[in-house]
Design a protein around this ligand. Structure first.
Ligand SMILES: NC(=O)c1ccc[n+]([C@@H]2O[C@H](COP(=O)([O-])OP(=O)(O)OC[C@H]3O[C@@H](n4cnc5c(N)ncnc54)[C@H](OP(=O)(O)O)[C@@H]3O)[C@@H](O)[C@H]2O)c1
Length: 294
């Protein structure tokens, strides 16, 4: 079995370069999907409080580890996120305790992200302080952000009591949404880039069926999905494709087994149309940009 290689985060910990997204993975199939994914070789799972399946995903990892004592907890990477409605120091502390309770089958959380910057300075700041404390407790190993634009990261890096820099920014990325400026900024700051919706949300945007993408699939003898995941890996992102379909769990994972040429990566880069398929909180205003403060 080929496992995904890992990369080092700025925290010093490692993260597998390919993860399984579980947004919209129903609770009644989460156990079988996650255990099947672990059988295939996935070692990285991306959940969130808002996905309402933290318990099922963590329990599935815990159950699988019991059946596979040759694989250790430290070889698996589990992420969750604090949603916008729980921003602020006290609310986030409570949320972290709840998420840890749901993850008790796996003892600790590898990565806790701020799901988006959509609140205000005081609440974002409080949330970050609560996450920093969680790392000190040892029950959360790494912390980061999601959907942060450059301005949100600059605001965070200027907190007077910043002890821990974000290890990761998780953002929507695929050839139709390259976000070159944000990606360059993150790389320069040593913040790892996780790519969500790497398949441009499959049937939702239908971009995965784009005939222009199909030309690359034909050339490499791969599926359209595999070309998208290989592009993400080639860009140095950590893609998080979601599927509940067993054949796609396998084929998406097999994207690790081939490489696109530099020329084809550039051709795929040229698909960029700032094609957001979901929400785009990277443009959410800072307090001083909000209408009511002008
Ligand atoms: N931080 C955030 O705000 C945020 C936002 C969105 C997503 N995410 C994370 O990123 C993960 C992935 O993003 P996503 O779920 O939005 O979208 P995605 O991974 O781009 O696409 C998932 C969709 O594509 C289908 N699919 C999977 N493999 C395929 C393939 N090889 N060919 C064609 N279709 C395929 C899936 O269907 P089936 O499942 O039916 O196979 C599903 O409908 C999420 O699960 C979540 O963990 C984070």
């Amino acid at each position: 079995m080929v496992l995904a290689s890992t990369v080092k985060l700025n925290s010093g910990n490692s993260i597998p370069v390919l993860g399984l997204g579980v947004y919209q993975t129903p609770t009644d199939v989460a156990d079988s999907v996650v255990q099947k994914a672990l059988d295939i070789g996935y070692r990285h799972f991306d959940s969130a409080a808002a996905y309402k399946n933290e318990q099922e995903v963590a329990d599935a990892i815990g159950a699988w580890l019991k059946k596979n004592p040759n694989v250790k907890r430290k070889d698996i990477f589990y992420t969750t996120k604090v949603f916008d409605t729980e921003h602020g120091y006290e609310a986030t502390k409570k949320l972290i305790a709840t998420s840890l309770e749901k993850a008790k089958a796996i003892d600790y959380i590898d990565l806790f992200l701020v799901h988006s910057p959509q609140s205000n300075y005081e609440k974002r700041h409080g949330t970050w302080l609560a996450l920093q404390e969680a790392v000190e407790s040892g029950k959360v190993k790494n912390i980061g952000v999601s959907n942060y634009g450059i301005k949100h990261i600059k605001e965070l890096l200027a907190y007077p009591d910043l002890n821990i820099k974000p290890a990761v920014n998780q953002i929507e990325l695929h050839p139709w949404l390259g976000r070159a400026d944000l990606v360059k900024y993150l790389k320069d700051e040593g913040i790892a880039v996780e790519a969500y919706s790497p398949l441009a949300r499959g049937p939702r945007s239908k971009r995965v069926d784009d005939p222009a993408l199909g030309e690359f699939a034909k050339k490499y003898g791969k599926t359209n999905g595999q070309i998208l995941i290989a592009w993400s890996l080639a860009k140095g992102f950590i893609p998080l494709p979601k599927t509940v379909t067993e054949s796609r769990l396998i084929s998406n994972f097999e994207s690790l087994n081939f490489k696109l040429s530099d020329e084809d990566i550039k051709k795929l880069d040229a698909f960029d149309v700032y094609g957001v398929t979901g929400w785009d909180p990277t443009v959410y205003p800072l307090d001083n940009e909000k209408e009511e403060n002008k």
